[in-house]
Design a protein around this ligand. Structure first.
Ligand SMILES: C[S@@+](CC[C@H](N)C(=O)[O-])C[C@H]1O[C@@H](n2cnc3c(N)ncnc32)[C@H](O)[C@@H]1O
Length: 273
């Protein structure tokens, strides 16, 4: 009998220890400034930028004005974008269609990131946006929502011929094709041909290439312009490409960078005047 009681106590103590360890682990997520890699086994499931799940979980649709249910913090009071004009409604409907039917394999930004790209672009009155990583044109169309208003244009780069062709179709059916120059090829080489000043850069392609894109494009960014980069995890990690990029934009006194953790994680860097 005494043996059984002792065994019972030992099991309870062991379980309490395990629970304590798990609780500690959760509170010990590495921060961006620590620059530590997040081991795969410790990755916390969260809406990924590219899998479309974010949208499905949140039930948010462009153009429908529905609240975004079940989200913590500021997100719980967000609602879907409301079109002001018929033209805007048409574009939001195309984005909705792409969101529902084309996400698979396209690695598109989530809706909230698309909204941020549009908002920042319109706010700085961008005349020229450069995007690295067009995919099927989803984020590009969010940029175009702003560029219609700022009388600006988008130059976007895509290495994959199939995605580039789909993007051309999508730009056309959204009625924004005249605002877009899509350059098919390796952006590392192609961007060196750019000569015009840039107001907004959006980097969303090969992660190891982020610093190279930054180095090549920064001289063309006008003072007061923005450099945005996608998939900048707030937990550090995600490989040395992203870590080196974070170092590059935070160690340069010409730049001021903040990290926007909602959605897929975007760094917003101002080139100071
Ligand atoms: C994450 S996806 C871009 C998603 C897109 N920004 C959106 O939200 O709709 C990255 C894209 O970059 C492209 N890419 C990767 N390396 C590239 C390179 N060196 N030059 C041009 N495009 C590249 C990939 O083919 C892929 O379509």
């Amino acid at each position: 009998m005494l043996k059984k009681i002792m065994l019972g106590i030992a099991v309870v103590v062991l379980l309490a220890g395990v629970v304590h360890l798990i609780a500690q682990e959760r509170n010990d997520e590495p921060r961006l400034s620590e620059g530590r890699d997040e081991p795969a086994a410790r990755q916390t499931p969260r809406p990924r930028p590219s899998d479309g799940l974010g949208r499905q979980r949140r039930g948010m649709r462009p153009g429908q004005g529905r609240p975004m249910p079940g989200r913590a913090g500021a997100s719980s009071i967000e609602s879907s974008p409301l079109p002001k004009t018929e033209a805007e409604k048409k574009i939001l409907n195309i984005l909705d269609d792409m969101d529902r039917n084309q996400r698979r394999g396209m690695m598109n930004v989530p809706i909230e990131d698309g909204r941020l790209l549009r908002l920042l672009t319109e706010t700085v009155g961008a005349k020229h946006v450069v995007e690295i990583g067009t995919s099927n044109g989803y984020s590009g169309i969010w940029f175009c929502l702003a560029l219609r208003k700022t009388d600006g244009r988008l130059t976007t780069y895509e290495i994959d011929a199939r995605r580039a062709s789909l993007a051309r179709e999508n730009f056309k059916r959204a009625g924004v094709d005249k605002l877009v120059t899509l350059i098919e090829g390796d952006a590392h080489e192609e961007v060196t041909k750019l000569k015009d000043p840039i107001d907004v850069v959006f980097i969303d392609a090969d992660k190891e290439g982020y610093v190279d894109y930054l180095n090549k494009l920064l001289p063309l960014v006008r003072p007061g312009g923005l450099i945005l980069a996608h998939n900048i995890s707030m937990r550090g990690g995600r490989g040395s490409g992203i870590q080196n990029y974070v170092k590059a934009v935070t160690a340069n006194p010409d730049l001021e960078t903040i990290f926007y953790g909602q959605g897929g994680g975007i760094s917003v860097t101002l080139k100071k005047r």
